[in-house]
Design a protein around this ligand. Structure first.
Ligand SMILES: [Zn+2]
Length: 336
């Protein structure tokens, strides 16, 4: 029986591990994930981003390596990738770092791997993992915001991932927060991720180094005096080492984060907002100013409860853990 013909509801396999795959701009990371979210084994390959075939070859190689080492039966393969997927998850509409354009990814990978598949947005998968196993566990309405080079995220409402009418919900990194502000890769100006992200931290660092080189002496020392080399990572490292200017820049990013959370709270009234992604490793250096701004900017402040703002718990593995659990749900519970 081919997997397409298999009954999906109550299909069993609930106690078997699943494979989770997280496709980033530079690497395909995979893991064998137990039903309780424990990662039993991992493998990775470089992501060859220019060709559709080469990217899918890398995914297949990771799946085959993990399946062979695992030896036993697996529930299926969940794949999370940066990109916009349609609502069903069958088709990737657009992926910023990869060659996928209107690609029928779920069918192509399913035919090739001959395994049940879940395919979707990587931030959605990470959000699901935080809901299922991490900081958003048990929440009725959770927003998970991934703060990395940009801002992504996912929404879990009443125990279901909310993908939106067209599959692209949670792209709040492109809310306009500054009219005619910084140019964004999406083609618009003033998007939230231009002010609250690792990229924003680097850009502000470069701007300050050009306008006030004396104040930015520590930052400039770290890059051999060339302001063009100041990245978000450079500013973050300087802040962790106690540089007051870098710390101030980090507080700015945190404040922008809090402002955006207040705007989202006005629309969705979430119970918790979980902050994950690369920038979130800075923890309270970002979260404290975010909570302070949220408290000041929340509509109706003082007369209504606001969301709790928490650090993500699953770290860089959230995407693959979430993807593995989502294919488990698809197979065992018939959840899309
Ligand atoms: Zn944008």
């Amino acid at each position: 029986m081919r997997y397409e013909d298999a009954p999906v509801k109550n299909a069993g396999g609930g106690d078997l591990p699943a494979l989770g795959i997280d496709i980033g701009g530079t690497k395909v990371a995979g893991g064998v994930v137990a039903p309780d979210g424990t990662i039993l084994d991992t493998a990775r390959r470089a992501t060859p981003s220019r060709s559709v075939e080469a990217t899918e070859d890398a995914i297949a190689a990771v799946v085959e390596e993990l399946a062979e080492r695992h030896g036993g039966p697996l529930v299926g393969v969940g794949v999370g990738a940066a990109g916009w997927f349609d609502r069903t998850g069958d088709t990737v509409l657009f992926s910023p770092h990869l060659a996928w354009r209107n690609q029928a990814l779920r069918k192509e990978l399913g035919d090739r791997l001959q395994r049940p598949m879940w395919v979707g947005n990587d931030a959605d998968a990470a959000a699901w993992a935080e809901y299922r196993y991490g900081a958003a566990r048990g929440s009725d309405l959770a927003l998970v915001i991934t703060l990395g080079t940009g801002i992504g995220g996912g929404i879990v409402l009443d125990g279901r991932l909310q993908r939106g009418a067209h599959g692209v919900a949670g792209e709040w990194g492109h809310m306009r927060v500054v009219p005619d502000g910084r140019l964004c890769a999406c083609g618009n100006r003033g998007c939230w991720e231009q002010y609250a992200s690792g990229t924003a931290l680097g850009q502000t660092g470069r701007e300050v180094a050009l306008s006030s080189p004396a104040a930015a002496a520590d930052l400039l020392d770290r890059v051999g005096g060339n302001p063009d080399l100041i990245t978000g990572e450079v500013v973050a490292t300087a802040a962790q080492a106690g540089d007051p200017l870098a710390n101030e820049l980090l507080c700015d990013v945190g404040a922008w984060l809090g402002q955006g959370i207040a705007d989202l709270a006005a629309v969705l009234d979430p119970e918790v907002v979980v902050i994950g992604g690369g920038v979130s490793v800075l923890g309270e250096m970002v979260l404290t100013p975010a909570r302070e701004r949220l408290e000041r900017a929340l509509p109706g402040r003082g007369f209504r409860p606001g969301p709790r703002v928490l650090a993500a718990q699953l770290g860089a593995q959230a995407g693959l853990v979430g993807a593995a659990n989502l294919v488990r749900r698809a197979v065992c519970e018939g959840e899309a």
